[in-house]
Design a protein around this ligand. Structure first.
Ligand code: COA
Ligand code: AMP
Length: 638
């Protein structure tokens, strides 16, 4: 048996022994005597009687250990032409002060705080300040519209909102305060206060109940770390499900910290003092785990990058960062490399930089498509590691593990299950699939530490979305297979979730918005292939009787409606008005068939179809409007 196999086997056969050992990495206030227990729903609870504070473990502890002078954060913001280095010592003081400020606004253990901030060090300060007080943060990505923010405020009921005055994108400054005001107006729950970090690019006008970050901090005392139970929630992070209501993924504190600390060694192969660059956003799970918490738990330096892979100012930005800060592990989404490849196909800009510090390159957020894998593999002298995970799991489910034992990569595969994740493929009947046979990817209980412990205030949804399909297993929502060598291939979602430029979105939610337009009788939103962004949503709508026939106007209205309600990151830019949609005799829209046509695949006409001519109509409409690769699509029997 290889070292990986031995480690993996031990982790799934003796999870308690395995994780009790990993837990020793952390400076607990009360080390856990119990490693694994189960709640009344039979969900795993890790380290139930342990007590810690993740802010202490990630910041104060390192200062006490003599790391105070080491950079904790390198902030690099090409969009504002600014840079900043924050040492562990400075970070501890800034976090303790801001925590003192939050406490003066009445925030205590268990209270929620919504954070709506761009990629600035203050976003990390705000998150850690919540953790320091034992408060629960809920970070909302800046690209979401007021309506989406309102849904999260309504659900999380935050005592305070922490925001920046603006975000800065490639060519525009985005005022955040009006978004927050609209969101609060839309929500029936009203927070007590809003703290605004004023940025020079655009200062916000403060109203009653608003506090200026700098003023709040100036008069605040330093706050101490509050011990919390390992099972107490650290954050709620909303992610797209299959309906209009996003799911508030609840993360515990102790299990998460243990899992992240383990992953920094086993997966990211980093030592204290090393530099990690994760090009994502604090609004996503990748940002929570590998920009904010994991690097600092390991005593590394994290990079907070406020920019894009291209256009800030060019496709060499990532190489520059790796060179300038001597990055050892770099992590981003495949779409970012497709953007770079498009602008600089021969990677000429790489020649301007010395990236010899780099040891491993990691990608996630969507499958690393084989052409991009080969482009990177040919270009770089370091292993290219595609690893698969989800907001729910909080850390990778499958990866190559250089910190345990690296194996050769296979294009299109996320390699092996990570120790702790008992990954299996089940067929429709719940039987284990043979190698090469595609099925539902599930994780046998218990889920390892770090994974979601529930859906915020909705235990029923937790059960129905993840646990009900195959009792005893967590349903990932992804389809895939193991090959003969045990490599895992994740082939895409089996539900209404799509991935647009590494952003997870719900077509079901877009359908609810589109279907809400007064002229729309029926609609379907599907994700179709896009060379740059992986997938893009497109809407197919049937107008109501009495429609005035102005298709262009209706299409434009629907596009702006989705932008207003969900946000620009939905990238909803194409709508097709059709007379009919293909359906089964029981009335279910055949979305998968529509996707196959738009992607130019051969498609079979299911025997359950109500009226085959409806399919021809839609196919013709897609060809006329040059949707995806619809022109190449052919019925199987032709
Ligand atoms: N705040 C406000 N608006 C935002 C935003 C933010 N944080 N991020 C994106 N947007 C807006 C953009 O301005 C754009 O608006 P527009 O329609 O007015 O132009 C829209 O959302 C779409 O943005 P994006 O998907 O980023 O498209 P792009 O064409 O600007 O950039 C990529 C394309 C591939 C370079 C970019 O999507 C990217 O870097 N993706 C990687 C994402 C990632 O790291 N995901 C994390 C997974 S690990
Ligand atoms: P998110 O919750 O935003 O991280 O999105 C999770 C989803 O993204 C997964 O369920 C997958 O569908 C997809 N995904 C993430 N990483 C990968 C990967 N490396 N390979 C294939 N799909 C991925």
């Amino acid at each position: 048996m290889t070292l990986y196999q031995r480690t993996y086997q031990q982790s799934v056969e003796h999870p308690e022994t395995f994780w009790a050992e990993q837990a020793k990495r952390l400076p607990w206030y009360t080390p856990p005597a119990t490693t694994l227990s189960y709640d009344d729903q039979q969900h795993a609870c890790w380290f139930g009687d342990g007590e810690l504070n993740i802010c202490y473990a990630a910041i104060d502890y390192h200062v006490e250990q003599g790391r105070g002078g080491q950079p904790a954060i390198f902030w690099d913001s090409p969009v504002t032409q600014s840079k900043q280095t924050v040492t562990y010592h400075e970070l501890r003081d800034r976090v303790a002060k801001f925590a003192g400020g939050l406490a003066s606004l009445g925030v205590t253990k268990g209270d929620r705080v919504v954070i709506y901030m761009p990629m600035v060090p203050e976003a990390l300060v705000a998150m850690y300040a919540c953790a320091r007080l034992g408060a629960v943060h809920s970070v909302v990505f800046g690209g979401f519209a007021p309506h989406e923010l309102a849904i999260r405020i309504e659900d999380a009921e935050p005592k305070v909102i922490v925001a920046a005055s603006c975000g800065v994108e490639v060519d525009k400054v985005l005022p955040y305060k009006p978004i927050i005001e609209q969101a609060i107006a839309l929500s029936s729950f009203k927070p007590d206060a809003c703290v605004v970090f004023q940025r020079e690019a655009l200062r916000a006008e403060l109203l009653e109940g608003d506090y200026d970050w700098a003023e709040l901090v100036a008069s605040a005392p330093f706050a101490d770390c509050v011990p919390v139970k390992a099972t107490d929630p650290l954050y709620v992070l909303y992610t797209s499900g299959t309906t209009g209501k996003p799911k508030g993924v609840v993360r515990d504190t102790g299990g998460y910290a243990v899992a992240l600390a383990y992953s920094m060694e086993a997966i990211y192969a980093l030592e204290p003092g090393d530099v990690m660059f994760t090009a994502s956003d604090v609004g996503w799970v990748v940002g929570h785990s590998y920009i904010v918490y994991a690097p600092l738990l390991r005593g590394c330096t994290t990079i907070v990058y406020e920019g894009k892979p291209v256009k800030t100012p060019d496709a060499g930005s990532f190489w520059r960062i790796i060179d300038e800060y001597k990055v050892k592990s770099f992590f981003t989404a495949p779409t970012a490399f497709r953007a770079i490849k498009k602008e600089d196909p021969d990677a000429k800009l790489l020649g301007n930089y010395d990236i010899s510090s780099l040891e491993h390159l990691y990608v996630a957020g969507e499958r690393l498509d084989p052409p991009t894998f080969h482009w990177l593999d040919d270009l770089l002298d370091v292993p290219v590691i595609d690893h698969w995970w989800q907001t729910e799991t909080g850390w990778p489910i499958a990866a190559n593990l250089p910190g345990v034992e690296a194996v050769p990569a296979k294009a299109g595969s996320a390699t092996y299950p990570v120790p702790g994740f008992n990954v299996q493929i089940l067929d429709r009947d719940g039987e284990r699939a043979a190698p090469m046979q595609q099925g539902s990817v599930v994780i046998k209980q218990p889920l390892p530490p770090g994974c979601l412990t529930g859906i915020w205030r909705d235990p029923q949804r937790f059960h129905s979305a993840y646990m009900a399909a195959f009792p005893g297993y967590y349903l990932t929502g992804d389809g895939g297979y193991f090959d003969e060598d045990g490599y895992l291939f994740i082939m895409g979602r089996t539900d209404d979730v799509i991935n647009v430029a590494g952003h997870r979105l719900s077509t079901g939610e877009m359908e609810e918005v589109v279907g809400g337009h007064s002229a729309v009788a029926e609609c379907a939103v599907i994700g179709i292939h896009d060379d740059l962004k992986g997938q893009l949503p497109i809407g197919l709508v049937i107008p109501k009787d009495g429609f005035d026939g102005d298709e262009a106007k209706l299409e434009a209205e629907l596009i702006s409606l989705v932008r207003e309600r969900i946000g620009p990151i939905a990238c909803f830019k194409q709508v097709l008005v059709v007379n009919r949609l293909p359906k089964t005799r029981s009335g279910k829209i055949l979305r998968k068939l529509l996707r196959n046509i738009a992607d130019g695949k051969q498609f079979g006409i299911p025997s359950t179809i109500d009226d085959p001519t409806s399919l021809e109509d839609v196919h013709v409409a897609m060809c006329e409007r040059s949707v995806g690769a619809a022109e190449r699509a052919k019925p199987l029997d032709l």
